[in-house]
Each structure stands twice: as C-alpha cells, then as structure tokens.
Design a protein around this ligand. Structure first.
Ligand code: WT7
Length: 656
C-alpha cells in the first residue's frame, strides 16, 4: 500500500449503520445479535458449529466428534458422512427451488444461459458419469483449466459428486505453471476448453494443456476432456482427448452422490507464499461446506429472492467458495460472468446488474478503482436500484474507493461488506454482517462468530489497541486448510510455527499486518512477507525471481512490489545480467514475456531495471527494503551500515 493510502486509512472516523429496512429483514438483525452470537461461539466453538451443522446441512450419517484438534492438524465433524453436491443440489430438488435459477451465466460475446437447480443437477450427474467412464474414481485428482463458463462449475461439482478432489488452475496461468500444478497434484485427468474469451481476445487453453503434456510433461494425466467454447481449431489426440459434449450426450443422468467422510479431501488450490513453489492448499468436505454456507448467508444476508453476483474467476478461492459452493448450498441464484471490465466495454458490469436485477454484488478494490477512473457516466447510465448489498475482497480498500462504491454504485443505501480472508481460510474471517455491523470505510470490521482473531507482536503477545502487529487466529475453524498437499511440515512451519507455539498453544499466522481499534474493528495493513498483491492476485516475489533467472541472460533478480493506483501493487524487478549480455529495451520486453511464459500474464513485471549489482548484506542477502524504497520513489529507510558495498546503492539511486 502507498503511504498516502495508509495515512488516509489511519484517519478514517466515519461510521455507517445498516439501513433499518434491511436490518429488520436480515438473518442477523442487529449488532447486539452479532455480539451475542460471537460471545456464544467464543464460549464453546465446537457446540456453536455443531448446532449449525445440524440445522443447515444434510448428512448421510451423523458425526461422533465435533472437533479433533491435534495442533496444527484439525478434523471437524469426525465420523460424519455427506456429499457437498447433495447439499448444493439434490436437497433443493425436493423443494420449490427445483425450478429456480441456480446459475445464471452471462458470456462474453453476448451469450447467456440459465440453469435451474434441476438442470444443473442433471448436467453434474452426467459429467460425473463421464469422469467415471474415463477411469476417475474416489480420491483421484482432476485438473480443471477453464474459462468462466457454466461447465467450469459443473466440472467442479461433478468431481465432488464422485469424491475426486479437483484442482482448478486459473486460465491466466501459463502452460508451464499448469504443468507444475498437475504434477504436484498428480492429476489423472484434465478438464479444459478449446479456449476462452478474455479482453476482446481468445486464450488458447487447449493448446496450453497440449504444451503442458508434451514430452510426457505430466505423466499422471491419462485423459483430457474438452468443452467447446470458442470453436477455434484445436488438435485432438486420439485416445487421450475427448469432447465434453460428445460424452455428456450419451451419459446417464443418474449418479448417486458418493458418501464422503467429513474429512475427505474436496479440493486442492495452489497459492503463492514467501518461499518455494506455490503451495497446494487442501480443503476437506464438511467443515468447508458448513463454513462457506454460513458466511455466505450471514455476511451477505443471502435470501431466496436474491440474484447474487460475485465477479471473481472460479480459478481462485473466491470463485470456489462464493460463486459455487457457498451460494448453491444456500439454494441461491449465483451469477457467473465471463467478461472483465476494459476500455472497450466500460459499462459491462452495470449492464449485467441492470439486465438481471442483481441484488448482491461482490468484487475487488482494483475493479472499483478502475471504474472510478472510467467515469461516473457508465454506472449512472444504468438502473442499479436493485442492488442492496455490496461486497469487496482481495486487498485493503482505500476509503475514497469505498465511499465511491457506497455512493455511486450503492446509491448510499447498500452496506459495504469488506471481507478479509485467504485461500487458506476457505471463507470470510473478518467481515461485517450486512444487516448487523456498522461499517467504517477501509475496515473489514469484526471477526465472524467463531473466529478468534487477534493482533500480536513477534513473540505472540497481544498488542494494545491501535498498535500495529501481526494478524493471527487463535482457535481452529471449520474451513481452515488442513495441510499443504503432500507436505505437512511446510504447513506446520509456514502457518503455525512462524510465531513459536507456547504452552502447546498454536496460533495461525496469516501473513498480514493489522491494527485493531478501540471498537474492536480490524484494519488490514497488507502482507508482512514477500508476497505481493497485484490487482487482488497473490504472487510470491521469489517465484517471479526464479522465472527471471531461468532466462539465460539473467544473472540475478530481485522483485519488489511498488504501490500502484489501479492495481494496488505492481511488480518491479531489478535484474543483473550475465557478463556477455548488454542491457536493451528489447531484452526488457523479452524478459517480461519470459515471465509470462513461465507463470502467466498476471505476473508480467510492470517495470524492469537493469543494475550492475544488487544491494546485499555482508552475508550475501539482498536488501529488499532499499529496493522497495527505490521502486516506490521513497527516501531510503533504515540502516545501510550492514551493506557490503555502499556504492551499489548510490549507482542504483542515480538511475531514479
Ligand atoms: C490475501 C489472501 C480471499 C480471497 C481473495 C484473495 C489480502 C484479502 C482482503 C481484504 C485486505 C485482503 C490479504 C490476504 N486480502 N482480502 N478484505 N482486505 N486485504 O485470496 O489470494 O489467498 O490472498 O489477500 O493480504 O492475506 P488470496
């Protein structure tokens, strides 16, 4: 975050109460009711979740133990059996919701489609039978690399139906990144599409899958199932590749849900950290189902009468929890949109809101800031009066953007639900409840009932009100990640031993800095590790550095985040070249493209600076702090006396 953003957040005093008409009708109607729930959950978290699990979910067999906590490994609802697709689909078919819209899809070149619960159930069952026919059985991992089409959600649900954990890879990742993830997960099958529409272009997804699988790149993959979307020419390898529509047309729509253990793996989703390769975050069935269900219902005050739209891509956790599983478990109508805002279509989001009468709208600060820049005339040209609740996620929202969102999009009548959470947490952790929590611009407000959030120092001691510190969670919650796929040790030390456990008390280290004010409201201050947040996308600086040094011209690279008005942060790379190389604009362009090939378009560096040398300590560690200062155009902060060679910094500085 830029210094000015932090300062404006620190000065924020305004308080907005939920509109009385909304509060009266809400699931949780007042701040007092929230506080009662919070106190009840805190006194006995297991009992609190058990009561909700019984009320809100359907079970094939009851659990015998609510929580088995062997720090840092948690099991929830031990012994229970259920299937998340039964909760998302079958149970609604027995009610009037049978013919209610489950998914509304607005496609990019003007296509659209609505699937009722009955229709969605049928397609999920057919797709599940196709997976079975291709040899996928319970426990096998399935890769999903798709555009934002209904088949992406159908594919996820089909996997869950038969107990095959999915691993969705965002369509903006490169063939190289896809290959790494397929190998780490040892995926048996990949579901993809010929291509997808993105920003007035098409992206060749099937070609990327071909590239990932070429030369036995991902030997675990036996079959590829291809959805037809762009109708561009692709190659189909006989025996390995199959058209989705051919196989689904022949498949039976009868596929009973596999009875899953509460703790059976539901999915793996890769995310970036400080060190090493992306981590496979593991989520399991029951706790995830319950927690995404409850958070969606209470934070967004989700009702049967709502059209609910989350603008995320299903390739991210937001899409998993709040396009697919959370809303469908509640029997809601969830809208999926294939487009992204861009100069050629500056009003596209507001067109969709008007067209479908969207009631709840959930997006990212980076999108909000882009809309501010495009001008008020686009939202003002549309009827947005259907909106009743607005959500935001992905990075701290600056108060100016918050107020614009509240006034221009929400017509000053919609609560702003700023949800802080992570891939690892599965669902919202700190968030207002739309009908209950007074909001302050820039604050994610209070923890969800059952979430014991705190701000501590490096020893794990709570800090005083309004003092900055590390955001931690003190008690396990149902949708917490269970481990890093195949690497329990990495799970333990990344999240649970960063702050050393004391008296057997393990606390979850989120990686964010935060401040809690005198009202108990949390203000998230951004990452405290080497993770950067570009347009709400999380990237490890080390991943980008590894991508850069894998280019033969590069000797060393150091990547830092630089504050950016639109993206939140942008990627700034310092690069030293091999002796044989000389700096040029062409080489810069080539290196940027190289990172795109290695990771994906989301990791393209905004700027590359060639340097003769990088500032290092005497023991050879790159001093990123100075590079961050340089990249942001700030004064150099801190002590330079540990530096090996003071002239390095001087030379770098001259370039700015
Ligand atoms: C990181 C998690 C969880 C869905 C999207 C991102 C940042 C997320 C907020 C918010 C301030 C936020 C944090 C967090 N973040 N939401 N409302 N206010 N910061 O998921 O890719 O796992 O990234 O995003 O830094 O640690 P993710």
């Amino acid at each position: 975050m830029s210094q000015s953003t932090i300062e404006s957040i620190l000065q924020e005093q305004r308080l907005f109460s939920p509109p009385p008409e909304l509060a009266e009708q809400a699931h949780i109607k007042s701040f007092a009711e929230y506080e009662q729930l919070y106190a009840k959950a805190k006194a006995d978290p297991a009992a609190f979740w058990a009561e909700l699990a019984e009320q809100e979910l359907d079970w094939f067999e009851p659990w015998h133990t609510v929580l088995d906590w062997q720090p840092p490994f948690a099991k929830w609802f031990v012994g229970g059996k259920l299937n998340i697709t039964y909760n998302c689909l079958d149970r609604h078919l027995k009610t009037w919701r049978r013919n209610k819209a489950a998914l509304i899809w607005e496609g990019e070149p003007g296509d659209s489609r609505t699937l009722t619960y009955a229709q969605l159930h049928r397609e999920v069952c057919q797709a599940a039978n196709v997976l079975k026919q291709l040899g996928v059985t319970k426990g096998d991992r399935v890769g999903i690399y798709m555009p934002m089409v209904p088949e992406a959600a159908i594919a996820m649900l089909a996997c869950a139906r038969i107990g095959a954990p999915h691993t969705v890879v965002f369509g903006g990742f490169s063939a190289e990144a896809l290959k790494d993830r397929l190998n780490d997960a040892q995926a048996k099958l990949v579901i993809t599409a010929d291509g997808g529409f993105r920003k007035d272009k098409t992206i060749p997804l099937k070609a990327a899958v071909d590239q990932a699988l070429t030369n036995d790149g991902a030997p675990s993959v036996q079959n590829v199932l291809v959805v037809q979307r762009t109708k561009e020419a692709i190659s189909m390898q006989t025996g390995r590749d199959h058209w989705w529509h051919d196989l689904l047309a022949e498949a039976s729509a009868d596929c009973p849900p596999e009875p899953m253990d509460s703790e059976d793996m539901l999915f793996i989703l890769y995310t970036s950290g400080t060190t090493g390769r992306p981590k496979g975050v593991v989520h399991t069935t029951a706790g995830y189902n319950l927690y995404t269900h409850m958070t969606c219902k209470w934070a967004f005050d989700l009702k049967d009468t709502d059209v609910y739209w989350c603008t995320a891509d299903v390739g991210w956790i937001t899409g998993h929890s709040y396009i697919v599983y959370g809303p469908l478990s509640n029997g809601a109508t969830s809208l999926m949109y294939e487009g992204v805002p861009r100069p050629s279509n500056p009003g596209c989001f507001w067109d969709v809101v008007e067209k479908y009468g969207v009631n709840i709208f959930y997006t990212a600060p980076t999108a909000i800031r882009a809309f501010i820049k495009l001008g008020n005339e686009y939202p003002q040209a549309r009827d947005l009066s259907s909106l009743r609740i607005l959500g935001t996620v992905g990075e701290p929202i600056n108060p100016e953007a918050w107020i614009w969102y509240q006034q221009v999009i929400g017509g000053s009548k919609c609560p702003i639900v700023d949800t802080w959470w992570q891939t690892e947490t599965g669902g919202f952790m700190i968030t207002p409840l739309a009908g209950a929590t007074p909001t302050k611009p820039g604050s994610a407000t209070r923890p969800f009932p059952g979430i014991l959030a705190d701000v501590v120092d490096l020893e794990g001691n709570p800090v005083a009100d309004n003092e900055g510190g590390y955001l931690v969670i003190r008690h396990p919650w149902p949708s917490m990640m269970r481990t890093v796929y195949g690497d329990d040790e990495r799970f333990r030390h990344t999240y649970w031993e960063h702050l050393p456990p004391r008296n057997g008390q393990y606390i979850y280290f989120a990686g964010d800095g935060a401040r809690r004010d005198q009202d108990g409201y949390f203000w998230i201050m951004g990452r405290v590790d080497d993770v950067i947040n570009v347009s709400g996308h999380r990237l490890g600086t080390m991943e980008i550095e590894s991508a850069l040094v894998s280019h033969p011209a590069v000797a060393e690279a150091a990547v830092v985040g630089r504050p950016d008005d639109l993206k939140g942060e942008d990627i700034f790379a310092f690069v030293t070249l091999e002796n044989t190389q000389s700096p040029s604009e062409d080489l810069k362009a080539e290196l940027k493209q190289h990172v795109v090939n290695e990771i994906g378009v989301i990791a393209r560096p905004g700027e590359i600076r060639f340097a003769e040398a990088l500032p290092k300590t005497r023991s050879g560690k790159i001093i990123r702090r100075f590079l961050r200062n340089l990249a942001s155009g700030e004064e150099l902060v801190g002590d330079a006396s540990t530096m090996e060679d003071q002239s390095v910094l001087e030379k770098l500085r001259q370039g700015f």
